[in-house]
Design a protein around this ligand. Structure first.
Ligand SMILES: [Zn+2]
Length: 66
């Protein structure tokens, strides 16, 4: 079980993967209600909700140069 790096809540990786299986590298999620993830600095980070990912991205960026 992954942990949200922003608030520390547990994140169901399988559910997040299922919801984001059609996307990669931060593309739009099909259903972010179950949680979401972001590829950053060589690894996937899992978030319990979109708000936490937004905070994370604001703090650390996308890891990709524009
Ligand atoms: Zn969180």
């Amino acid at each position: 079980m992954a942990q949200c790096p922003m608030c520390g809540k547990p994140v169901d990786e399988a559910a997040v993967r299922a919801a984001t299986s059609q996307t990669a590298f931060g593309a739009r999620e099909v259903d972010p209600a179950a949680g979401t993830r972001q590829f950053h600095d060589g690894q996937w980070y899992y978030f319990d909700r979109l708000e936490c990912r937004t905070k994370f991205m604001a703090q650390f960026g996308t890891g990709r140069k524009p």
